[in-house]
Ligand binder design. Structure first.
Ligand code: CA
Length: 237
């Protein structure tokens, strides 16, 4: 039971090899009502991330297995899961910011767990306020074996979570809210992209292909995300 105000319970992965720090961070975040896992090895964290698809990652930079910076780079390449960095003072931070790797926030060790918890809440609140996502409804949609939850932005097939980038999710969720209805690529760009940023309909094709690769049991013969030749795409109810 949470007593806080702000955001709803989030699933958080804490990647930190110093057990005492990981424990105290996990304890504070659980007290805030979140579901928390800790992991101390960078390479294992990377594997776990793909299965867990957390709402937020607390990431130490100096890790065995794979360094935090590389994890952050891969997380960013895959989507926009919020990341809060833990770093020793001066350690890598300037370069990290310089490289624009895109952490959402950071705290410098030694830190107060209360401060970290406040940063995490702020980042979660920012993330859940949408960041320009076009979909405001939070209803879950069930289509065949798929479950697409607009509130938590989770996709599952047969109860197995499927990791999606923000844009892939937006596109899928838009189609899922209009099952069976066919949209051409320009309509999908209007619905899901910032039209001023994207004008190439090929972008839609690329995203459709990526979603199929993740979603479809046989991407070459889509069960869900169908092409209607000469017209566009639809999600088969
Ligand atoms: Ca460390």
């Amino acid at each position: 039971m949470r007593q806080g105000t702000s955001v709803s319970a989030a699933r958080i992965l804490v990647v930190e090899d110093e057990a005492s720090i990981a424990d105290v961070v996990a304890r504070y975040l659980r007290r805030d009502g979140h579901e928390v896992e800790t992991i101390g090895d960078g390479a294992k964290a990377m594997e776990r991330l793909q299965e867990m698809n957390p709402d937020l990652i607390v990431l130490d930079l100096m890790l065995p297995g794979m360094e935090g910076k590389e994890i952050l780079r891969r997380v960013r390449a895959a989507g926009d899961t919020p990341v809060v960095i833990l770093t020793a003072r001066g350690e890598e931070l300037d370069r990290l910011v310089g490289f624009g790797l895109g952490a959402d926030d950071y705290v410098t060790k030694p830190f107060s767990p209360r401060e970290l918890s406040a940063r995490v809440e702020a980042v979660l609140r920012r993330a859940s306020s949408g960041g320009g996502a076009p979909v405001s409804s939070s209803a879950g949609v069930r289509i065949g074996d798929l479950y697409i939850d607009g509130g938590t932005r989770r996709v599952e097939r047969s109860d197995e979570p499927i990791a999606m980038t923000a844009r892939e999710f937006d596109l899928l969720y838009f189609l899922a809210q209009h099952p069976g209805q066919v949209f051409n690529r320009d309509q999908l760009i209007d619905a899901v992209w910032d039209v001023h940023a994207v004008s190439d309909p090929g972008t839609v094709t690329v995203h459709i292909r990526r979603i199929r690769a993740k979603l479809e049991p046989d991407p070459s013969r889509p069960r869900y995300l169908k092409t209607v030749w000469g017209v566009g795409y639809k999600l088969e109810p």
